[in-house]
Design a protein around this ligand. Structure first.
Ligand code: ANZ
Ligand code: ZN
Length: 822
């Protein structure tokens, strides 16, 4: 007898599929189109378990769509700019392209072996000049629309990677997303995308994604955009020079204005140094030195001892007319709101801590029932209550009325306005690194910023750079490449220099999914018609570490391209599936723990199919998978069992019965029917479980008499092959061939479910009263005694026959007989 040999199946079928090329998008003319997308990998090393998991889950969907008759676009490429290639180039004295394209090649071959149903004709690499030409073009278009601009401001700086980082790339603990170093601040002139123009639209768009995107992703994006309603309130500051300067604060509680007993401005904002009294200036600059070392997270922490500097000037509270002191402190951030706050110590704990530390006055303006006086307890009261010490508000019923009343008053007096504030900041896109798309701008002393003319794109990266040339020095390595950086100004022809920064790699990945629709297009980043055909993406699958970064940036790009008239949709990803991660022995895999699982070794030991099946079967997609808890060996055994069915059917071919075993047919059709529903809710692990049950039922049917030649056995085995093709393509293809079909099972189509076979089989139960038949019930054969008794006693004919007499005894023989004694 033949043996199941995963290796042999892989070497047999991989070349056949490569020849057949069954997953070409557009190969099913006239069919409804579906776009399945999975996040493209970064080419560092070979594919790992994480990739294997995402791709296995993603492929279940794409392959299912082919079976269901759709014309499917399922492309793959590489997010191939970025730091690891640059670091490797420094180590190996090479150009970053060497590492990048070598790894792409390795990963490509692994993908092929792993047998994901990609359309490889659409492959792209973001580091190819043909691609980044359009990244640069988009940058210029954004700039034309005022959505890319340069400004000088304190930015997040990673001292290890020697580059700036976007806010989104600084983790909650204030460290670099990439390398874990503590991020500091540095004053630099940098390029930004004006994503803040889209805050409200990006927020509104999330409403429509509810139910189609994981809740936690929607939630994190809402938080990240961080909408707060409140007011801008103007305070006049009497400067030491005798002049008056208007300073605006942002507050979510303008109704507490009567309790604003001092004002605080961000120590590191220019405002502080502009208003400080001359005799306090030295103290301020010493303090600012300290502040620059702290991360934003630390600065906002409530449990941190409060520090600050009295600026030696006073502001007028616009409703009380009082002169209140103005301080600079680090707990007010320079780039949030207006960088200045009115402090209401009675009702804000940070303000109260500050007041306590520096002996500043506290005035309660809300009397919260049952709460003690914050002036005595040093616990700020934040609950609702009655307004006190607030002439314009006393007697008002609630906070909302208080807020709207004070805003009306401020607006009438010309001292403030109601406003909405967002936490979202503009996207800092320049990076002082080499391996990215150069920013296509030329700086000319005479003309200023001059865009590189479109017909001169791409601005190619120089090739004569390697190893030590790439060492981080705080400015981009490109700045030192003289023959690259020095150019003639495109506008006046005079001497000029190229912008030497490159773009954040998240720019590259913000539009790649559009490029896939027409990867070789040369008249623009994408063919508008092709995207109209395929877009938006019906199903996106990827890691949830991108909840805010990539998924927010890609949405922003899509909104802009929509406004440019290039897209007719605003949201790029109609449905999003987020999956957990593969861990080992309860912990994240890591070099230091030595608990890494090598994908290649797993494949060598168990075969591609068993690894894929194990990953899909382990848990619902969103859960983490602990590799220590799963059994790839068990998967191999199951695949063998399934495969053996096809052998049995093949050797019994020729014999045929008219009907086939109905019980097995019911199992087959019920399975197919249920799988259709399980697919909609991503219950892929249950799909595998149901396939296992079908294999067992088929084996049982063969053994218990109907034999391998029964057409119901063939039908069941074909269904198994098709179901397995979603997760274990090699085994499924081999089964398909043994069943007498030509490849490929991937394009076999989904078997039609016979509704008649879904109706559960019933038997007739007879109900007797005093030995006479009084009723008949159609019941499932598995009905319990109790259920049958209840059904019988509720039956209309039986109730009529009992006619109100007392029931003395009920004898039940499920599922056939009920005898009632009255
Ligand atoms: C007075 C007040 C009284 C405040 C009160 C709160 C409670 P969210 O909701 O996060 O938007 N704030 C404003 N700008 C700030 C900055 N640059 N750095 C630190 N804190 C800042 O928070 C808005 C509130 O945070 C504002 O409302 C302000 O304090 C503070 F009982 O103003 B509030
Ligand atoms: Zn010029």
């Amino acid at each position: 007898e033949a043996v199941y040999d995963a290796d042999a199946l892989q070497s047999k079928w991989q070349p056949v599929w490569e020849e057949l090329d069954p997953f070409r998008a557009g190969s099913r003319q006239g069919a409804e189109k579906r776009y399945a997308l999975t996040m493209f990998p970064y080419p560092s090393g070979d594919l790992h378990m994480g990739h294997a998991e995402v791709m296995a889950l993603h492929d279940v969907i794409a392959r299912y769509w082919w079976h269901r008759g759709f014309d499917v676009l399922n492309p793959m490429g590489w997010d191939s700019f970025g730091l690891p290639a640059e670091n490797a180039a420094i180590r190996n004295d090479e150009h970053p392209a060497t590492y990048t394209y070598a790894n792409i090649d390795t990963q490509f071959h692994s993908f092929r072996k792993y047998a994901v149903s990609f359309d490889w004709s659409r492959r792209l690499h973001t580091s190819d000049p043909e691609y980044y030409r359009w990244t640069q073009w988009l940058f210029l278009k954004f700039r034309e629309r005022g959505l890319a601009y340069r400004k000088n401001s304190p930015v997040n700086w990673c001292p290890n990677d020697q580059t700036v980082l976007a806010n989104e790339q600084v983790l909650a603990d204030g460290t670099c997303e990439r390398c874990g170093a503590v991020v500091t601040k540095k004053e630099l002139t940098q390029w930004y995308f004006k994503i803040t123009d889209f805050s409200q639209r990006l927020l509104d768009g999330l409403d429509g994604l509810e139910g189609s995107w994981p809740d936690r992703v929607i939630h994190s994006q809402r938080n990240w955009i961080g909408r707060s309603e409140g007011a801008h309130v103007d305070f006049d500051i009497a400067l030491a020079s005798g002049e008056t300067r208007k300073v605006t604060v942002f507050t979510t509680r303008p109704d507490t204005l009567y309790g604003a007993t001092f004002m605080v401005v961000a120590a590191d904002a220019s405002l502080a140094s502009e208003i400080v009294a001359p005799d306090r200036a030295a103290a301020l600059s010493a303090y600012v030195e300290e502040v620059r070392k702290a991360s934003d997270i630390d600065r906002l922490a409530t449990d941190r001892p409060k520090t600050g500097v009295d600026l030696g000037v006073t502001a007028t509270n616009p409703v009380t007319g009082e002169q209140i002191p103005v301080w600079a402190a680090d707990y007010v951030l320079a780039d949030y709101g207006t960088g200045a706050i009115m402090a209401v110590p009675a009702h804000d704990q940070r303000d109260l801590d500050f007041a306590q530390a520096f002996g500043l006055p506290v005035r309660r303006v809300i009397d919260v029932a049952g709460a003690e006086d914050p002036e005595e307890t040093f616990v700020a009261t934040t609950g609702d209550g009655a307004y006190v010490n607030s002439p314009a508000l006393e007697g008002l019923g609630d906070k909302a009325t208080g807020i709207s009343t004070i805003i009306e008053k401020l607006e009438a007096d010309g001292r403030g306005t109601g406003t909405v504030n967002y936490r979202l900041r503009d996207w800092l896109l320049s990076r002082q690194r080499f391996w990215g798309a150069p920013i296509p701008i030329i700086h000319c002393e005479k003309c200023g910023e001059v865009p590189v003319p479109e017909d001169q794109l791409p601005v190619r990266l120089p090739e004569n750079v390697r190893g030590a040339d790439l060492k981080p020095k705080g400015v981009s390595p490109l700045a030192a490449v003289a023959d690259w950086v020095n150019v003639d100004c495109p506008s006046c022809g005079g001497p000029a220099t190229r912008d030497s920064d490159t773009m954040d790699t998240f720019v590259d990945s913000s539009w790649y999914f559009l490029r896939y629709c027409s990867p070789d297009y040369t008249d623009g980043p994408f063919d508008v018609e092709a995207v109209r055909e395929w877009g938006p993406i019906d199903q996106y699958v990827g890691g949830m570490e991108h909840a805010v970064l990539h998924l927010l940036y890609a949405r922003f790009f899509t909104y802009v391209l929509h406004d440019m008239g290039m897209l007719d949709f605003e949201e790029p990803f109609t449905r999003l599936m987020g999956q957990g991660v593969v861990i080992n022995q309860g912990k994240k895999m890591s070099k230091s723990l030595g608990n890494g699982v090598n994908l290649g070794e797993q494949i060598d030991s168990f075969g591609v199919d068993a690894v894929r099946l194990t990953l899909v079967f382990a848990s619902p997609p969103e859960d983490n998978i602990d590799w220590a808890d799963v059994s790839p060996q068990g998967s191999v055994r199951f695949l063998q069992r399934a495969w053996r069915l096809s052998g049995d059917v093949a050797s019994a071919a020729g014999v045929s019965f008219a009907e086939g075993d109905v019980a097995l047919r019911r199992v087959t059709h019920k399975t197919l029917h249920d799988v259709e529903h399980l697919m909609e809710t991503y219950r892929f692990n249950v799909v595998v479980a149901r396939t296992m049950e079908l294999v067992n039922a088929t084996r049982k049917a063969i053994d218990s008499g109907c034999g391998p030649a029964d057409p119901a056995v063939r039908e069941a085995t074909e269904a198994v092959a098709i179901l397995l093709s979603l997760v274990a393509p090699y085994t499924a293809e081999e089964m398909w061939e043994r069943l007498g079909h030509t490849p490929t099972v991937a394009r076999a189509g989904w078997p039609a479910v016979d509704e008649a076979l879904l109706v559960e089989e019933t038997v007739t139960a007879v109900v007797q009263i005093a030995g006479k038949v009084k009723g008949r019930l159609e019941v499932p054969p598995s009905i319990s005694e109790a259920e049958l008794e209840a059904l019988a006693l509720a039956d209309e004919a039986v109730v009529r026959a009992i006619d109100g007499r007392a029931v003395r005894k009920v004898i039940v023989r499920a599922p056939k007989l009920v005898n009632i004694v009255v």
